[in-house]
Design a protein around this ligand. Structure first.
Ligand code: GUN
Length: 287
């Protein structure tokens, strides 16, 4: 059997079209501010595509680029100013930050009403408590992709590999919110392969290229690959690299019912959900 490849680009395009339609209904144009500190090449690519997508959705994009030697106090002052600026609806501080800056201290000054990344303590608390709030974008994207294959997740066995604050933990809570039975697996999990084989839906968010092999997957499962790992690509020439997911796609596609590839699966959904959160934040703030 060959599985379906879940087309994250097409599903994200639909979300983005819905966002653009919602923006047209608003009296004021929503604005998303993205703060990039330092010159991490991957972050530069992400920030550029977020800005482009924001404009394409009919919103205002504010990009703040700061040098790698920016002090924590300076970054906090910039983010605090955005929190107080009535013309800004959403704030995203691109991670990772340079090592001398505490991510927690910076995230703490984001106004929770503008927390389109869903990473503040207030947003995380609302997610745990099951209260409405802004949810983290990549995990929401994982749930939307899973639901395109299985609209009712109630009772499904979901295994999330990875317990990061950005993806693993919130993804587990969002699947729980869908009444799934959720297991969080991680580097200390015993018999990881067997745990994964119990999954109806397997979410791989570990950051280890092609770690999930075909024999980790229950026949007929849905596999969501969150990994974006840069790996050597000698076939493209000396010193060249390419992106690889956490799942061995060629093996997974032979066993699963559906696999979201990486790139081309969760990545486009993250940006689409960021735009959606910005509209939600704008509506909530401006009424
Ligand atoms: N770096 C990689 N992914 C993300 C994300 O979703 N949000 C933020 N703020 N930084 C990231």
């Amino acid at each position: 059997m060959t599985a379906r490849s879940i087309d994250g680009k097409a599903i994200a395009a639909k979300v983005r079209a819905d966002v653009a339609a919602a923006v047209k209904q608003l009296s004021a144009q929503p604005a998303l501010a993205v703060v990039l500190t330092g010159d991490d090449p991957a972050s530069q690519v992400y920030v550029a595509s977020k800005g482009k997508a924001t404009i394409e959705a009919g919103m205002r994009s504010v990009e703040i680029r700061l040098p790698a030697d920016t002090t924590e106090a300076d970054l906090i002052a910039r983010v605090d100013a955005l929190s107080r600026d009535p013309d800004i609806d959403g704030i995203l501080v691109q991670l990772p930050l340079p090592k001398h800056i505490s991510e927690a201290n910076v995230l703490a000054v984001i106004d929770p009403l503008k927390d389109v990344d869903g990473l503040t303590e207030a947003s995380a608390g609302k997610l745990v408590l099951g209260k409405p709030g802004l949810r983290p974008c990549t995990p929401v994207g994982c749930v939307i992709l899973a639901k395109t294959e299985r609209p009712d997740l109630s009772g499904a066995n979901v295994v999330v590999i990875g317990r990061s604050i950005l993806v693993g933990k919130p993804a587990a809570l969002l699947f729980l919110e869908q009444n799934a039975t959720v297991t969080i697996a991680h580097s200390k999990t015993r018999d990881l392969k067997m745990v994964c084989r119990g999954a109806d839906i397997l979410v791989a968010a570990v950051g280890r290229p092609e770690m999930v092999r075909g024999d980790w997957i229950r026949p007929g499962a849905i596999v969501i690959d969150v990994g974006t790992n840069r790996v050597p690509a000698p076939e493209k020439g000396e010193g060249k690299t390419k992106l690889a997911g956490d799942v061995h796609f060629a093996e997974a596609i032979e066993v699963a019912a559906a696999v979201s590839p990486s790139p081309g699966g969760v990545g486009p959904m993250t940006i689409a959900c960021l735009l959606r959160n910005t509209v939600i934040a704008a509506c909530a703030r401006r009424g």
